[in-house]
Design a protein around this ligand. Structure first.
Ligand code: SF4
Length: 195
């Protein structure tokens, strides 16, 4: 069974049984989304985009396998001691390949009032389609505030884009998208972000 299939089947598993394959963590980042963010890089990506900046995250057998309980303990310890952090970003790798394991972490972020941003190599429309089979993906789309979607496409690379690598990728305001039913780009007065 592939890791992603294993983790999908983990939807029905209790939180204490869930495991997360992590590539790394950054306690404080200002380059993975607006504001000061705690960043999780998950391990394993099916997209393997040519020119990807994080090729070390592609291998589904790489990184470190830890229990979700342990990941939560580490996250809580950092967030409890660092009042500067106002957001959490889940990047990769492909977060949606481990959606079930990420649900308790996303819920922890939202319970603390953090802004939650997720990167995915799948488009938002594809994720909605996938969510009919993988409820955890649907949950992440329901609780997250922002989504950067789509694969990195070298031919559309644009170094002027903030928080994205190529022009096909969208920085989506999920709160407004859920409200209006129309994919809505993230626009902020607080942060100057080119669309
Ligand atoms: S989806 Fe992201 S992590 Fe995966 S190969 Fe593409 S750019 Fe790299």
């Amino acid at each position: 069974m592939s890791i992603s299939a294993e983790l999908r089947s983990g939807e029905s598993a209790s939180q204490s049984e869930l495991q997360l394959r992590l590539s790394g963590v950054i306690d404080e980042s200002v380059v993975d989304g607006p504001g000061m963010r705690y960043v999780l890089f998950v391990q394993g990506c099916p997209h393997k985009c040519p020119g990807c900046h994080n090729p070390q995250t592609h291998d589904f057998e790489g990184g470190t396998l830890i229990s979700v309980e342990e990941a939560l303990e580490r996250i809580r310890a950092t967030l409890d001691s660092d009042s500067l952090i106002d957001g959490m970003t889940i990047s990769g790798g492909e977060p949606m390949s481990q959606a079930a394991a990420l649900v308790p972490i996303a819920d922890e972020a939202k319970a603390r009032g953090l802004d939650l941003m997720i990167y995915s190599g799948y488009t938002y429309e594809k994720l909605l389609e996938m969510s009919s089979e993988d409820k955890a993906i649907g949950h992440l789309l329901e609780v997250a505030d922002k989504l950067v979607d789509g694969p990195f496409v070298m031919a559309q690379r644009d170094l002027t884009l903030e928080f994205r690598g190529s022009r096909n990728q969208r920085f989506i305001d999920l709160v407004k998208t859920r409200k209006t039913g129309k994919v809505t780009p993230f626009i902020s007065d607080k942060w100057d972000i080119p669309l």
